[in-house]
Structures are given as structure tokens and as C-alpha cells.
Design a protein around this ligand. Sequence first.
Ligand code: NAD
Ligand code: TYD
Length: 335
Amino acid sequence: MKLLVCGGAGFIGSTFARQRLHEHDDEVTVLDKLTYAGREANFHDFAEDPRFRFIHGAIEDRAVVVAAIEACAPDAVINFAAETHVDRSIANPDAFVSTHALGTYVLLEATRERGTPFLQVSTDEVYGSIESGRFTEESPLAPSSPYSATKAGADLLVQSYFHTYGMHAVICRGSNNYGPYQYPEKLIPLMILNALHGDVLPIYGDGMQVRNWIHSTDFAAAIGCVLERGRPGEVYNAGGPDEEANVTVVRRIIELTGAAETQIEHVADRPGHDVRYSLSSEKVRALGWEPRVGFEEGLEQTVIWYRENRWWWEPIRSGDYRAYYERHYGRSLAS
Ligand code: NAD
Ligand code: TYD
């Protein structure tokens, strides 16, 4: 297949691009704005592949999107492009509204004109928080943060294009991802790098919030499965095999890195903090997908990857991320 992967310079999009090139022999064009989270370094092992091409541009820029679609004549458009950090959405929702609402709209319009199949990558956070049991695709949308609310808005727009125009559009909603190439503002890479540097490990509130962890290669495979076998107009949830409280994840990272328990500090809780996410993935499993990486094994591999790939995170940790960290946590990172 020829694929246009929007937001493919980020954590999961680049994992998906790598998987499609290496395991499926697809042609991949990435369209990405290169925000703070998008990095050409994520293409390091396939940048020279003749089946790969990178176009720098924003999904809300109609001229760029139309030119990209004309240039690669894709068999499908997959939209990963997003602002993805809940804390940044609380501090300033601007870019979240523009990328998720306007950007998704522009992509839908440009794809509809050509009749190209469209896959929207979404999140379990659109369902809000669940105390017990699991969200299914029929669960109502009840997002809590500007991040999840704007992602839910994008999902509704995608579904409206299926209902109104008969567009070939599907949605795949993932649970919390972890793995190599994740920007260190997110829980797992932040705690790994802080642990390795002797920095404080800042747990929000009591740390008893639960996340349903999925390895990024498993989520990328679920998206590939939905792309190949999903029914237009449908939503497919892809949740990982394990659920853990944040404090348990941090304690395990301390064991794997040799850091000290005393590095843990309970800091002010996130406003509107969702207590638990959990996804039922029966529908995508029925298409033939299943997660391959257990959390214990995946977390250990992820710690090893961050230990061995200083070249990847060093420019981030010594760049703008420092200022973000100081603003958000009110303290500096160790150098
Ligand atoms: P990420 O922040 O690592 O990457 C996002 C990418 O989108 C970056 O390369 C960025 O430059 C690009 N981008 C942002 N705004 C853009 C715009 N206007 N135009 C073009 N490109 C733009 O995020 P990620 O973790 O890889 O998430 C990818 C997708 O998966 C998102 O849609 C997210 O909502 C969804 N998702 C993420 C998780 C998770 O745990 N990380 C879980 C479920 C779903
Ligand atoms: P995060 O990685 O931001 O993902 P999400 O908010 O999309 O679930 O956070 C995962 C969990 O970790 C969430 O409950 C918030 C918590 N957390 C902390 O306790 N400390 C931190 O410094 C961060 C970034 C997150």
C-alpha cells in the first residue's frame, strides 16, 4: 500500500511508519509539522529508504495537505497528528483546538474529494475515567481535559463524514502507550530519565491512578490491522494487556534503574485528573490482533533503550524541554 502518515514524526506515528516499511513493504509518506514532539531523528533507521518520503507541513494547511495527497496518491491516509500532552492542554489549549478540530477537518475534506480511505488515531481518554470494568466502543464519550475533549471532537467529525458523505473512515482508540522514542514529558520516559539522573520522581497526588499500558509496537500493529480489516464507520479500541497504578510503575522503574525510593516526591495533583482508564479490545481482537508485549518485559526493554540511546534524548533534555520542565514542575532538571 501507499500510505500518507500524518504526524508520523512523533512517537507512535514513526513506530507505525517503521513497522509498515519493515514488515509490510508499504510505501510511506510522512506529513508532519515538527512541533516540539516531532523529530526527524525518529526516522534515523529508515530516512534513506527509497520507499520513504518526508513532507514538512501542518494538517490544518489545506494547500500543503492537497499537495501531499497529490504527490503520493495514497491508498489510505492515517492521522496521528496531534498535540498529545494533557498537562500542556491544561496550560494552553490553543494548539489542541486548532490541530484536532481544524486539522482533522482539513484532512477529511482533502481525502473525501479523492475517495481515499481515512483512519483516525484516537485515545481511550475520550471516554473519560472508569472506576471498574472496561470501556467498549459503545461507551459514551465523556472527556475531561482539553486534550481529550478536542480528540473526541475530532472523532465525532470523522464519524459525521462517514454518516453524511459515506466516506470510508475508521477510528482506532488506543490506551496509554510506552516504548522507545517517546518524548520525555510523559510518565514512563520522564521517570526513567529522572531516575537515571538522580532527579526527583514527581508523582501527581497519591499516585493511585491506573493506566492500561500498551507497547507502541502493539498499538501500531492494531492500527495496521484496523487499516486492513476494519469496517468503515466503525470504532476499534486497542488496549494493552496490563493495568498498573502510577506509583507501582515508578517503583518498578526505580528497581530497573537502581535509583533511590527517596527520589519519589508526591507533588500537586493534575486538575481534573482521570482516575482510571481501561479498554475492552474484543472487537479488534476479532479482526486478528492481539498484544504481544507484556508490561513487565516491555518496561524492562524500554529502560534499556533509554539507557542505550542517549543520542536520541540528550538534545531534548538539554533543549526547550528544560524550560517546559521548570515551568511545569517549578524546579530545574539535573544537567
Ligand atoms: P507525539 O506527540 O509523540 O507526536 C505527535 C506528532 O504530531 C508530532 O510528530 C507532531 O510534530 C505532529 N503534529 C502535531 N501537530 C501537527 C499538525 N498540526 N500538523 C502536522 N503534524 C502535527 O504523539 P504520539 O504519542 O505519537 O501520539 C500519536 C497519536 O496517537 C495522537 O493522535 C494521540 O492522540 C494518539 N494516542 C496516543 C497515545 C499515547 O499514549 N501516546 C495513546 C492513545 C492514542
Ligand atoms: P501521562 O504520561 O501524561 O499520560 P496521560 O495523562 O495521557 O494518561 O500520565 C500518565 C499518568 O501519570 C497520569 O495519571 C498522570 C501521571 N503523571 C505523574 O504522576 N507525574 C508526572 O510527572 C506525569 C508526566 C504524569
